[in-house]
Design a protein around this ligand. Sequence first.
Ligand code: ADP
Length: 319
Amino acid sequence: NSVGVEIKLAVTDPTLKRLFETCQLTTHQRKTVAHEVAVSSGGRERVLKVLASPVISKDDLLLGTVYVFDDITREKEIDRMKSDFVSLVSHELRTPLTAIQLGVSLVLDGKAGPINEKQRSSLEKVDRQVKRLTDLINDLLDLSRIESGRIQMKREPISLVDIAVSRLEEMKPQADSKGVKLDLEVEGEIPMTVGDEARIGQVITNLLSNALKFTPQGGQVKVRLSRQGDMILTEVIDTGPGIPEEERERIFDKFYQLSDFKTRSQGGSGLGLSIAKGIVEAHGGRIWVESEVGVGSNFKFLLPIISPEEIDEQDTGRG
Ligand code: ADP
């Protein structure tokens, strides 16, 4: 029992000092917090993962903090190489695919001479699979760009209400043909914020297309917007099969699809939610899902409210 023994560490090294300051716990934080920090030592850039865990006394006082340092420079490098590789390969695959797609539609349109029903039906299958492959490659390219930070998110004034309205409109025909009700619910006043309109739209479209994909005929899909303090909450609620608790985090991983045969047979690449997560996090937000199996799912994401007047200030501040 070491109560009464006080050890003080005088940190003079500026790098270390900055590290401790960045990762310091505040008195009301009562759980382990992880940070990734870039430091340069001996002329080399290193990335450290720092875990800061509070040491709490029996009477709930914060006695101190235990720091664990993990050098993840190599992992980061490998991650980047993987991203670069995927991005290069997907880029290279796109060109021949475009040629295949053009060729197939040329023959299908009868421009290379008449085709019979059997040939048409085969070619239509090829056409569908080529489209699927193109979507997959575009998703891969998107994801590797987002992961490597090579996509610069625009900083423009955006209205989540406008984005939701236009994305819902786009999905309406699909919902109608499936016999699923599609609604928008706006609670109170939703302020403008700052972000990338097309990318945030992509998040809503991804969530909506999943919701429609998994909701059976006669079901309902709803987008709800509300203000939560200094954040805007967007919810995409469906009456589909729901997601078991143990899978709720993993569905945001790359290529992850529920093992259930029913969801696998719906197609898709398993990349949509990772892309959505990448975009939301690049905006300083958070995305997660709440769900009850057999009742439905509620995909939620929070975005910070940034006043459009701050755009210039922050942009120049970033250098
Ligand atoms: P994709 O839809 O292309 O398979 P996603 O990353 O968008 O990839 O989704 C990953 C998986 O999460 C899906 O394959 C599905 O199993 C599950 N999922 C996503 N959205 C829903 C939903 N609204 N209801 C039920 N399951 C879902």
